[in-house]
Design a protein around this ligand. Structure first.
Ligand code: SAM
Length: 236
């Protein structure tokens, strides 16, 4: 009886790990954020398994069904549409509820792709400390959200959609920080933009506004940017 939390690719199907394939082949049930998206992935890897839809609006009956499998000593895998479940994707609530009903449940991470970590890894900014903020709020709390980023001295990473990337870059401009904007990571049109918000905004138009985005905000300038190790990250 195990609940596997399985990371899947964020675009490039080759980013599936061997362990993820083995686990998905071995479980009794796969809970997927969108069964159509996961069906394509499973087809690509020739994995035939029963799928159940589990997403943020799933009612308690779905959780009960998953817990029912686990109680029968069966193994279940959870996957999201892309990347690591639980990171701005469904997962946490299922784990909490399953553990309430089965305290001895073993929850196993099967690590793999994650858009924020991929972006941080190529940012060149110090990452010994960083703040992950998910998606900026659309309306309520938006101004406070960006003002608070200004108070964070170290690297910040956030997600944004093609519909709001321009607006978010405009909101980040007054901070005067260096940014790395990653578009379509691991996919055919992967593009990395480096510079100030203004510089990146001038490169982002029309087709460059398609796709998915991660924004990495560099540290305040008084933090040394050269080495990503704790003791080298002191204020000058
Ligand atoms: N759980 C996922 C992960 O581990 O990265 C994140 C899910 S969140 C709902 C989706 C957001 O992640 C997108 O709107 C985008 O901001 C970011 N994202 C996902 N895939 C991406 C990619 N290939 N390139 C750039 N950003 C991506």
């Amino acid at each position: 009886m195990k609940l596997y939390i399985v990371a899947t690719p964020i675009g490039n199907l080759a980013d599936m790990t061997l362990r993820a394939i083995t686990v998905l082949n071995s479980v009794d049930l796969i809970a997927a954020e969108d069964t159509r998206v996961t069906a394509k992935l499973l087809e690509h890897y020739n994995i035939r398994k029963e799928l159940i839809s589990y997403h943020q609006h799933s009612g308690h009956s779905v959780i009960e069904r998953i817990v029912g499998f686990l109680k029968q000593n069966k193994d279940v895998a959870l996957v999201s549409d892309a990347g690591t479940p639980g990171i701005n994707d469904p997962g946490n609530f299922l784990i909490q509820e399953a553990l309430k009903e089965i305290p001895e449940l073993v929850v196993v991470p099967i690590p793999g792709a994650n858009a924020a970590v991929a972006a941080l890894s190529i940012s060149g900014f110090p990452t010994d400390t960083f703040t992950y903020l998910g998606f900026p709020p659309h309306k309520k709390g938006r101004q406070t959200f960006f003002r608070n980023i200004g108070a964070v001295a170290h690297t910040v990473v956030l997600y944004e959609s093609k519909f709001r990337i321009q607006k978010t870059l405009e909101s980040l401009a007054p901070l005067g920080r260096r940014l790395v904007v990653c578009r379509e990571l691991t996919k055919q049109f992967e593009t990395i933009y480096r510079g100030t918000a203004g510089e990146i905004l001038s490169q982002l138009h029309d087709k460059n506004l398609l796709g998915e985005f991660v924004v990495v905000i560099g540290p305040q300038r008084r933090i040394k940017q050269d080495i990503g190790q704790n003791d080298n990250n002191e204020e000058e």
